[in-house]
Design a protein around this ligand. Structure first.
Ligand code: FE2
Length: 400
């Protein structure tokens, strides 16, 4: 994903991927104070505060910061007026993800196709243009108030140019003299691209949204877990992973499952005005240990993994790897333990992953830092360990 070759492979894959999704163009957050949020994501996660659209650039309705790292582009948007749509959503949900936007070759065509497939419009196609190029965007409504925008780009705004530091869209200006950007260049966190993006939906609605991704977006089921796999004694969830036809984009969907105590998905929904939404973004690194060490040094608040987890992890993981003819985990075991990283294996290889605590005061959105060594799954074997840890945190918040 996220390489120049992805462009050509996506071009030839429209038979399996009718909307011809090229990449995650950007993820738009609605936040209460974009200026301050930009500092948080820059200092904690090493993002470059790269471009801005606000009063100084002629935007009278909202202020938006573009943060970049590798091929990850986050837009942090705050309303400047009470009538801006973000104002009402922030009141209901607090800070969170509004839009997971996909780069396509023709935004209008992808939008029309998605509409014919039964998708509801979030907003009609609109084109921003200047002398150097164009950006066309159109939006489809997905679960809750979340949106998938289709984005097509030409000229100076084309994706390869954007990846090289080019303009995001007409109306955005480069941010100059932001001191943290220099620091981040000297101390990289190594985050490369959005590996997957997970949504929480209401009890009983998972299959509805699975079908929606199949029908409207042309996605296919990629993996599937049930509550026997990932329940603990206390709470549970069910999860199905939807992937675009070319497997570039992965969108797991969770719903709560019955447990003795409250599911973390239910906790999310209760603090999200009982509205589905994005639960976590998984950001990919090539080197989990270096990334997590740097993020910890910066003060990122990760979930605490119970010590007992490390008593069994190597036997479990290496047994699976041996069974399928793969070499054992090459990362230093003691460092993995010291950094509190989770490891899981399947028939294709292994992965390392770790989850942050919520990124805002409400227990809603969090990040996952993931490194894949062959495995294309999502850490099923870690779900039990993760759940025990999450429930400890949930209990501390009095929500279990
Ligand atoms: Fe994940």
């Amino acid at each position: 994903m996220a390489t120049t070759s992805a462009l050509s492979s996506a071009e030839t894959s429209t038979a399996t991927d009718p909307l011809a999704l090229v990449d995650v163009d950007h993820v738009r957050f609605f936040v209460g104070n974009a200026k301050q949020a930009a500092y948080f994501y820059a200092s904690e996660f090493g993002f470059d505060v790269s471009q801005i659209s606000d009063l100084t650039t002629g935007s009278r309705q909202s202020a938006t910061y573009l943060l970049t790292q590798g091929n990850i582009r986050l837009l942090l948007e705050s309303p400047l007026t009470p009538s801006h749509p973000a104002a009402e959503e922030l009141r209901c949900y607090g800070d969170g993800v509004k839009d997971i936007a996909f780069t396509v070759f023709d935004a209008e065509r992808a939008y029309e196709q998605a509409r014919r497939n039964g998708g509801a419009s979030a907003y009609e196609p609109r084109t921003l243009k200047d002398a150097t190029g164009t950006v066309t965007m159109a939006g489809i409504q997905t679960y809750g108030r979340a949106v998938h925008s289709f984005v097509s780009r030409t000229g100076a705004y084309a994706l390869p140019q954007l990846k090289q530091g080019g303009g995001f869209a007409p109306g955005f200006e480069p941010v100059g003299g932001f001191a943290l950007n220099d620091f981040n260049r000297q101390h990289p966190c190594g985050l490369k691209f959005v590996d997957h993006c997970v949504g929480n939906v209401e009890l009983g609605k998972m299959n509805y949204w699975v079908k929606w991704y199949e029908d409207v977006m042309g996605f296919k089921m990629f993996k599937h877990f049930d509550d026997n796999d990932i329940g603990t004694d206390f709470s549970a969830l069910m999860s199905k992973v939807m992937a675009s036809g070319n497997h570039l984009i992965k969108m797991p969907i969770n719903e709560p499952a019955e447990g003795r105590k409250k599911s973390q998905i239910q906790e999310y929904l209760e603090w999200h005005n009982m509205t589905p939404g994005v639960q976590h973004l998984a950001l990919r690194t090539d080197d989990e240990l270096t990334s997590v060490a740097e993020l910890r040094r910066r003060g990122v608040d990760f979930l605490n993994i119970p010590e007992v987890y490390y008593e069994k992890v190597w036997e479990r993981v290496n047994r699976t790897l041996t069974q399928h003819g793969h070499t054992a985990v090459k990362e230093d075991h003691q460092r993995v333990r010291d950094l509190g990283i989770l490891v899981d294996a399947d028939d294709e290889g292994y992965l390392l992953q770790l989850f942050t605590k919520p990124l805002q005061d409400r227990p809603t959105l969090f990040f996952e830092i993931i490194c894949r060594r062959g495995s294309q799954s999502f850490g099923k074997g870690n779900f039990k360990a993760l759940f025990e840890s999450l429930e400890l945190e949930q209990n501390r918040r009095g929500n279990l």
